[in-house]
Design a protein. Structure first.
Length: 481
C-alpha cells in the first residue's frame, strides 16, 4: 500500500468480531455451519461453499494433516523475528525501535503462527486494533479472523460477509493484514492452499477407516462352522446354531459323536489392505503440505530424509519471507507513516536456516589455515564458535620469547664461523671442503643460545603450570562453595 493510500488516522474499534446471535436455544455463530464435510458425495460442497473453507476446515481435523501442517508452521515461528532499520538515519532507527517495541508487546509468534494457516487455506486475514495515544498510534492487538467470514470480490478486493450484508462489506484501508499464497497467474486473488490437494485424501481416508473398522469387527473373530447330516431337521439346525452362539460366548459344549465344529479364518484378498491405503493417503497429504514425506515418516533411509529435509527447509524459508514481507508492507508501513513520517520502513525477517555444523566448520578452518598460512583472530573465533576465548599461555610465552631482543647477539657466535668459511672460499670445491672441515662446527659456539632457550622453556612451562593450577584451585573453590 502506498503512503498516499494510508489514512491520516486509523479506524478504531473492531470491524470483524465473531458475529454471534441468540437463536435456536443457544449461541449460533455465522460460521457454525462450517464444522464438517456436510451431506452429499462431494466433500468440497462447491455450491454452498465456493471458497472451499468448509471442506478445508473439516479436513484439518485429520490427525496426520494437522501434524504435518504443525511441523511446517512451527519451523517458521521457531526462528525469532528480527527487525532492522530501513535506513541509516536516526529517524529510521527510531521507527525500527518503535516497531520492535510494539510487536514485542504482542504475542507475535502466536499471531504469526495463526497467519501462517494461509499455507492451508490459501489466505489468512488479521484485523489491526489501533489505539491513539496523543500524537502516536499504537497497535493494541492483531487478531486473526476466521477465513470463512470473508470472500474475494471479482475485482480482487476482500470483503467481509455479515448477516446484514451477505454480499460483503468493503474493508477500510490500513485495517486488515492479508497473507496469501503465491498465485498461479494474475487472474487469481490468491494462490491455492495445501487443502486444495488434501481434501480428497482426507475424505477418502476417513471413509476407508470406517470400512476398516467394520472389517475388523466382521472378520477379526473367526466364524464358527458346524457340519450336520444332509437330512438334519430344522430342530437340529436350530440346536446347532445355539451351540455355536454358546461357543462364541465362551460357554462349554457337549457334542454327539460325529458332530464337528470348525473355525473359518478369513484370508487376505488382493487389494484389500486398508492399512496400505491409509498410508498412501497420508503420503499424499505430506507431499501437499511439506513438499516431501520423509520427515513425517519413520524409516531407515537417512540420506533420503536429509535430502527431503532440504526441500522442507526451502518451503519454510519461503513461508517466513512471505510473512515478513506482508507485515512490512502493512503494519510496519502504516505505523511508520503515522508515527515517523518520512522515515524508511523497517525490515522484518526470520532466519530459518538450520544451525551450522561447527565440527565441519572447524575442519575447514584448519585446512584453510594450513593452506594459506593465515589463522583466525580471537574475535572471529568467538563470533563463530561462541564463548570467551583467551590465548594459550604456552603459545603466549613463545610469542613473548620471540618478541624479546638480544637474539642477534646470541646468534653471532653460531653464524660467524660459517660466514668466514664462505667468504674465504673462492671455488665450489674450496667451499665444500671448508664446510666439511671438523673444526668448523667446533668453532660454532651454541652455548649462549642453548642457555637462553633452556631458560625460556622453563619459564613457559612454569607459566602454563601456574595457570593450570589456578584453574584447578578455582574449580575446587567453586565445588566447595
Amino acid at each position: 500500500m502506498a503512503h498516499a493510500d494510508i489514512p491520516a488516522r486509523p479506524a478504531k474499534g473492531e470491524i470483524a468480531p465473531p458475529e454471534v446471535t441468540l437463536g435456536g436455544g443457544g449461541a449460533w455463530d455465522l460460521t457454525e455451519r462450517y464444522r464438517d464435510f456436510g451431506l452429499g458425495s462431494d466433500p468440497r460442497h462447491w455450491q454452498a461453499d465456493p471458497a472451499g473453507v468448509t471442506a478445508a476446515t473439516a479436513a484439518l481435523a485429520d490427525p496426520h494433516a494437522r501434524a504435518v501442517l504443525d511441523q511446517r508452521l512451527d519451523a517458521v515461528v521457531a526462528a525469532p523475528l528480527e527487525i532492522t532499520p530501513g535506513g541509516t538515519m536516526r529517524r529510521d532507527r527510531m521507527a525500527a525501535g518503535d516497531l520492535e517495541e510494539q510487536l514485542g508487546a504482542l504475542e507475535i509468534d502466536r499471531i504469526s503462527r495463526e497467519l501462517l494457516h494461509a499455507a492451508w487455506h490459501g489466505y489468512a486475514i488479521a484485523e489491526c486494533l489501533w489505539e491513539i495515544e496523543g500524537p502516536a498510534v499504537r497497535l493494541a492487538d492483531l487478531r486473526v479472523r476466521n477465513p470463512a467470514r470473508f470472500r474475494w470480490h471479482r475485482d480482487g478486493d476482500l470483503r467481509l460477509i455479515t448477516r446484514g450484508r451477505p454480499g460483503g462489506v468493503v474493508l477500510p484501508p490500513a485495517k486488515f493484514c492479508v497473507l496469501v499464497q503465491p498465485r498461479q497467474h494474475g487472474g487469481q486473488a490468491h494462490g491455492p492452499g495445501a487443502a486444495e490437494w488434501c481434501v480428497w485424501p482426507v475424505w477418502l481416508k476417513r471413509h476407508v477407516v470406517s470400512m476398516w473398522a467394520v472389517a475388523l469387527e466382521r472378520f477379526g473373530t473367526p466364524t464358527t462352522c458346524m457340519t450336520l447330516a444332509g437330512d438334519a431337521s430344522s430342530a437340529a439346525i436350530e440346536k446347532a446354531l445355539a451351540q455355536q452362539a454358546a461357543l462364541v460366548g465362551g460357554a462349554g459344549l457337549v457334542l454327539k459323536e460325529g458332530h464337528k465344529i470348525e473355525l473359518l479364518e478369513s484370508g487376505r484378498r488382493a487389494g484389500g489392505d486398508y492399512a496400505e491405503f491409509v498410508r498412501a493417503m497420508d503420503a499424499m497429504i505430506a507431499d501437499a503440505v511439506l513438499g516431501e514425506r520423509a520427515t513425517s515418516e519413520i524409516g531407515q533411509w537417512q540420506a533420503t530424509a536429509e535430502a527431503h529435509a532440504d526441500v522442507l527447509q526451502r518451503l519454510v524459508a519461503a513461508d517466513a519471507r512471505r510473512l515478513s514481507a506482508m507485515l512490512r508492507h502493512s503494519v510496519a508501513t502504516w505505523l511508520t507513516a503515522w508515527n515517523f513520517p518520512g522515515a524508511a520502513v523497517p525490515h522484518l525477517s526470520r532466519n530459518t536456516a538450520p544451525p551450522e555444523d561447527l565440527a565441519a566448520r572447524a575442519a575447514r578452518d584448519v585446512q584453510v589455515a594450513a593452506a594459506s598460512g593465515l589463522r583466525l583472530t580471537q574475535p572471529s573465533v568467538e563470533e563463530t564458535y561462541g564463548g570467551i576465548w583467551e590465548p594459550d599461555p604456552r603459545q603466549a610465552a613463545v610469542d613473548r620469547l620471540v618478541g624479546e631482543s638480544g637474539w642477534e647477539a646470541l646468534m653471532d657466535p653460531v653464524l660467524t664461523p660459517p660466514g668466514v668459511a664462505v667468504a674465504e672460499a673462492h671455488t665450489p670445491d674450496a667451499l665444500a671442503a671448508a664446510l666439511d672441515a671438523p673444526d668448523l662446527y667446533a668453532a660454532m659456539d651454541t652455548n649462549p643460545m642453548a642457555a637462553r632457550l633452556a631458560r625460556a622453556t622453563t619459564s613457559a612451562r612454569l607459566s602454563a603450570e601456574g595457570d593450570d593450577g589456578a584453574g584447578r584451585d578455582d574449580d575446587r573453590e567453586g565445588g566447595n562453595a
